[in-house]
Design a protein around this ligand. Structure first.
Ligand code: ADP
Ligand code: MG
Length: 183
């Protein structure tokens, strides 16, 4: 399948998930995330604010903040993603493409981030990813040394996703029922 077919397939299927399934499966993903070494040991995290049925990992924010960790969210500036540090989940507003962004907060350097949680429409077992087609994460991920964790429901995992030369794979993909480590 070409990227565009994968996008359409996933968007259709994500709408079929009931609210209960969405909640239950998101919480399974969070439980898995908490058991990952890099997450336990990381000091600085880049989250994503769930959009259009993306797994809800926000409940993790609170526990990380309570543990004194640094938590940042993406803010779109022109063609780039910038990481902005937050102290809580209040003070977010809709930014580019309808994604919630922190409305204030200090910008942190990419190289301070230990773990990036990467949303996507689809991933394969080698960590390759299909997003909404604008390449924001590809441009951002090439600048970081952070451990990259792709997050998805199981129906978003494909055998092999077409790879373009600019695509940056994630290190592992976490779903409610599996963890795929990049070979
Ligand atoms: P997505 O990753 O969102 O699914 P694609 O991988 O199809 O989207 O990339 C979308 C566009 O982003 C590409 O056409 C490409 O031109 C652009 N792009 C991605 N990464 C880079 C980069 N590092 N430098 C320049 N352009 C890039
Ligand atoms: Mg890409």
């Amino acid at each position: 399948m070409v990227k565009e077919d994968i996008r359409r397939f996933v968007i259709d299927n994500r709408k079929a998930l009931s609210k209960e399934e969405y909640t239950e499966l998101s919480s399974k993903i969070r439980e898995r995330l908490c058991r990952i070494d890099k997450v336990k040991r990381g000091r600085c995290f880049l989250f994503y604010y769930p959009l259009k049925g993306e797994p809800d990992i926000l409940p993790l924010v609170q526990s990380l903040l309570m543990g004194g960790k640094c938590v940042a969210f993406p803010v779109v500036k022109g063609n780039e993603i910038k990481a902005v540090k937050v102290k809580s989940l209040s003070n977010f507003r809709k930014g580019a493409f309808g994604v919630y962004e922190p409305s204030c907060g200090e910008h942190i350097d990419e190289d301070r981030i230990d773990v990036v949680f990467v949303p996507g429409l689809a991933f394969d077992k080698d960590g390759f990813r299909v997003g909404f087609g604008k390449g924001f994460y590809d441009r951002f991920l090439r600048k970081v040394t952070a451990f990259k964790i792709g997050i998805a429901f199981d129906f978003q995992i494909f055998d092999r996703i077409p790879r373009d030369e600019w695509d940056v794979p994630v290190d592992i993909v976490v779903t409610p029922h599996h963890i795929f480590r990049r070979r």
